[in-house]
Every structure is written in C-alpha cells, then in structure tokens.
Design a protein around this ligand. Sequence first.
Ligand SMILES: Cc1ncc(COP(=O)(O)O)c(C=O)c1O
Length: 407
Amino acid sequence: MKLAPVRAVPGFDDLGMDWLRARGSVKWHRPERDVLPAWVADMDFPTPPPVVAALREVVDGRDLGYPDWPDGSPLRTAFAERMAGRFGWAASADRVREQTDLIQCLQLVLHLATSDGDAVAVQVPNYPPFLATLRTMNRRIVPVPMEDTDDGPRMDFAALDTAVKRSGCTALVLVNPHNPTGRVLTRDELGEIAAIARRHDLLVVSDEIHAELTYAPHRHIPFASLSDDTARRTVTLTSATKAFNLAAIRCAVTHYGPDRLLALRDAQPPDLYGTVSPLGVVATLAAWRHGDAWQRELLTVLDRNRRRVHEVVRDRLPLVRHRLPEATYLAWLDTRPLGLDEPPVEKVLREGRVLLDGGAPFGPGADGFLRLNFATSRNVLEEVLGRVVEALGGREGDGGAGGHLAP
Ligand SMILES: Cc1ncc(COP(=O)(O)O)c(C=O)c1O
C-alpha cells in the first residue's frame, strides 16, 4: 500500500536505517538486527542541533576542569526561568538541587521523607522503575488506578481519599503527564488531588518530565503552582531528557517545596548522592534556552505519529482499545479483548519482530497491555505498525504493510 502524502520533516523523517542500527544506546543496540525497537522511552531523532553545538563548543575549548559553581549549578536559575516561561510557575531557583536522573531524585526524596514499610500512593499503571523503586525500598505501594472510562483514563478521587486514609499514607507519587497512558491531568483533577493531599497532609512527589510533550489544546499545570499549600508540600522532579531526547546526559533537577525536606537534603554529606556533569548541565541549558524551534518541529511530528497510530489501531485492530495520548510519545494499547493466550509483548516480538514494552512491569492490571513508542520517522513507524497489526491478527488495510524500510 502507498502511504498517504505527508510532508516529510527533515531531521525527523530521514533517519537512515544504517545509522539507527549502528547506535550504541540501548533502544536499537539491544534487540537482534531484524527486530524493530519501539520499546524504551528514547526517541529515534538525532540530538537537537543547539545541544550538539553547545557540547561541541565545550569539547573544542578543551577545558574539562572542575566547574566553578560555589552556589549550585546554573541549572537552578535556568529551571526557574523555564518554569516561569513555559508554565507561568514562579519556581524558586534556591530550592533546586541537581541529580543525575529522576529515579535518583525519587529515591533520595523517599529516603529522606519516608521510612521502611511506609505506605506511598502511586498511580497504576506506571513507569516500571518507579514501581520497582518502591518495592526495593520496601515502601508499601498503595495503587491509584488510572481507570479506563468513556472519557479516557481517570483517577477515582473518592477511592484515593479512602485508600490514603486506610493505609496511613504519607506520600503520593504523581506522574503527570502520565506514563504510560499519556493523560494530562486538568486543573480540576489536580485540585481534587490537592484537597486530598491537604486533608491527609501528604508529601506530593510530582514527576513532570513529560510536561513539554503536551499536545494542544491540553495544558500542563505544575502541581506545585496550584496554590500556596501545594507549593509547600510538593517536590517537583524534571529534566530536559525526555522532551529533548537526552537520556545519556544524566542530569535532572529536584525542586523542594517543603522547607524541612530541603533542610534535610542540605544536611546530607554534600557528595553522598553524586554531582552532575558539567556536560549534562551545558546540554540542558542549551536545550532550554535554544531548543524551542527544534521542539516545535518535534511536536508536529509526534502529533502526526500519535494520530497515525490511533488511525491504524482503530481501522485494523478494532478490538484493541486505544486513546489518543494527550502528551508523550507513548501509545498504551489494551489488547485484552483479543483474548490472546500469551503476553502480547512476547507474541509481537516472536511473530512480528517488533520489541515493545507492556504487561506486568507496569503494575497491577497492566497484563494484556502494550506500550508502543512512536517517536520515530514515518517509514519506521509504518513498518512497526504493519508488523504489530499482522502479529496480532489484524485486518489488511492501508499502510504498514511492509516494505517501508530501505534494505
Ligand atoms: C515518567 C518518567 N519519569 C522518569 C523517567 C526517567 O527519566 P530519566 O532517566 O531521563 O531521568 C522516565 C523515562 O522514561 C519517565 O517516563
């Protein structure tokens, strides 16, 4: 089948298969050569040119000496500027601390603020390393289901209120925008959570790493920006790594709302939790200060791709349930109505030679679900979709019938 004509976007739709297959990062490196990877949340697109230029300048300057940051890295101010410019949130640079990645941020906050055996509420399904973190740290998981309703995935606030009360929860880990469903919580929904947090005096750890990958008309609202009360009880975690495709830079920020927790953080031995690399800081600053034009192009491509996934699933796998994600480049597919007798990740890998994520690692209730990463060029996406549809016994139809990739 011929693809419908669309504008091929330079820098996004012209990825060579040889370049992709030669990559050393895990997404393409780990699977066998005939497998197409649409699993881990890395995008296939090359590093944004402003980030490459900034890193090149450092390397060309041949100065990799100790950075001179007596009062913290320049990330602190850059983060506050970014939050104000993007989301109208007056975050405070003084409350920012650097870490290598969001998992480390979460572990440190849980380590400082909660204890062995404490109950922590968290949405399910969820980003697997967060659930794994709660288990390895021996925190009791209080699952907050993202229920599939006629309006898409929704949280049941009455159930959350009861669960928090019953379990004696002291903290809530909020992932918004949500991985894997792609939901962006509205101001009203965040307000419900804020009321529960206030009622039960919860610490809210808000992961907002996907915020800049929100599709209009949806709007990301930082949880801490809702009110003075949420500002005081929220720790916000983010980085430039998702929205600018920089997972390797190992650089993230934690914004501490609660004074007591910030003081506790600062009372730790200063190097116990490591320090960020100046290269990670340079890359983040370049992304936040010079990457917006690239990111606008990116969002055009991702918006097109999310619609394409939706269309193909609707037309060729009509039993599979899929909601158009409101943010992220991840499609969350419910294959349970197909009645498969094995996990769909395994079936798609064996029969379609496409590696996806999904199932049990995403938490209770995630069996039978697939997570498909659509941040790739159009021809790769068509091939991925064609193979997934075939492996799941879908209908013949337009696009994705194979032959989209140059040999
Ligand atoms: C919701 C969420 N939080 C945190 C992370 C971790 O990102 P990083 O390792 O770049 O800090 C990811 C990565 O996919 C994610 O989806």
